[in-house]
Write a protein that binds this ligand. Structure first.
Ligand code: ASP
Length: 352
């Protein structure tokens, strides 16, 4: 009697569980188009707290995010490509001193500005990237040019500037990138460094000050166009006080930027070293491709579990082939916005 009761209980449990699992996997594999086209952007993540922000500055950020995303939205609505939408949207943010990209880029230890950017096309898996340029007005434009007009994926420094010149891109005097706010941030970090005693403390001062004073501010954009093509791009000045030609995740395909029409597009922002080690952008796409995770599940796992466990801080904006969108970050804030094909606009800064 006891044995047959156990067998009965086992059958109930087994089939009960199977049902739940089946329902769950059906849910995970939903392949319903949510948006014919969509666009999502970030303007950097970090310790962004309401108490440290004036109402005026908050309004300025929100206005600029809205202006930028609407540029891309209109391109997509009219049937333009996701590549064009990403380029033009990022250029609005590169030209604004509010963000750590183009004008407004953070300063290196040597008090220069060295810019990184990358772009990826989800249809062809073609990509372009640039690291450490000092005089190219729009690094995102250069990244795209490297993709379309060279045999290479990544160019750096003087050679990248030479290529930009040859291709007729706008070259500016390095002083174009100067902003007083970013220059003062560098001085504050250098002062912190002076007071730190040993090497380890110095390292801590470099990053702690950076994070506490919110020196992030990279910009990024992912778009899905009416032809189902996903494109992603990221542009940055890197991290304040960087030296020795340091290159972050932003120009690394698979870390700062990734796009694949089969899965999703991703743009990252945060402490670049951790994003490189975690291959954040590609990992999100790979989890969707090989584990059939939804965009939300994949971004959550990579940012809230894997990156956080490693000690990394920051976030991503991501968009999948069906127009689902995800903001995921483990910092107190991330400048961010999204628009779907109905024109619904979300602009946010803090966690909630
Ligand atoms: N990820 C960038 C870097 O490490 C910084 C940022 O996103 O603000 O260069």
């Amino acid at each position: 009697m006891k044995t047959s009761l156990s067998i009965f209980a086992f059958i109930i449990l087994f089939f009960g569980c199977r049902k739940v699992t089946t329902n769950l996997s059906e849910e995970l594999n939903t392949d319903v188009k949510q948006n014919e086209f969509a666009i999502i952007i970030h303007g950097g993540a970090g310790t962004i707290l309401k108490k440290n922000m004036s109402d005026e500055l908050e309004a300025e950020y929100k206005e600029k995010l809205e202006e930028a995303i609407k540029v891309g939205y209109i391109i997509l609505k009219k049937g333009g490509t996701s590549q064009e939408a990403v380029l033009k949207t990022i250029q609005v943010m590169e030209e604004s001193p509010l963000f750590n990209a183009g004008k407004g880029a953070v300063f290196t230890h040597e008090e220069t500005n060295e810019l990184d950017a990358s772009f990826m096309d989800g249809k062809t898996l073609n990509a372009g990237a640039v690291a450490g340029v000092k005089n190219v007005k729009s690094p995102i434009e250069l990244a795209i040019k490297i993709m379309t007009d060279s045999d290479h994926v990544m160019l750096s420094g003087a050679g990248a500037s030479e290529f930009a010149k040859e291709k007729g891109l706008e070259i500016v005097d390095p002083s174009y990138f100067y902003t007083e706010k970013r220059f003062n941030s560098l001085q504050k970090i250098k002062d912190n460094e002076k007071t730190a005693l040993d090497h380890d403390d110095k390292k801590a001062a470099f990053y702690d000050a950076d994070i506490k004073n919110s020196k992030f501010g990279t910009v990024g954009c992912v778009a899905l166009d009416k032809n189902g093509n996903i494109a992603a791009g990221t542009s940055t000045g890197g991290m304040t006080n960087k030296r020795w030609g340091r290159i972050g995740d932003a120009p690394i395909i698979g870390s700062g930027t990734y796009a694949n029409n089969k899965t999703c597009g991703v743009s990252s922002t945060g402490w670049g070293e951790y994003f490189i080690r975690s291959q954040v952008a590609y990992d999100i796409s790979a989890q969707m491709e090989y584990q059939q995770k939804t965009l939300k599940e994949a971004t959550k796992d990579v940012i809230q579990h894997k990156l956080t466990k490693l000690g990394g801080t920051g976030g991503v904006v991501a968009l999948d082939k069906n127009g689902n969108m995800s903001f995921e970050f483990n910092t107190t804030g991330m400048y961010r916005a999204s628009m779907n094909d109905k024109g619904d606009l979300i602009v946010k800064i803090y966690k909630e």
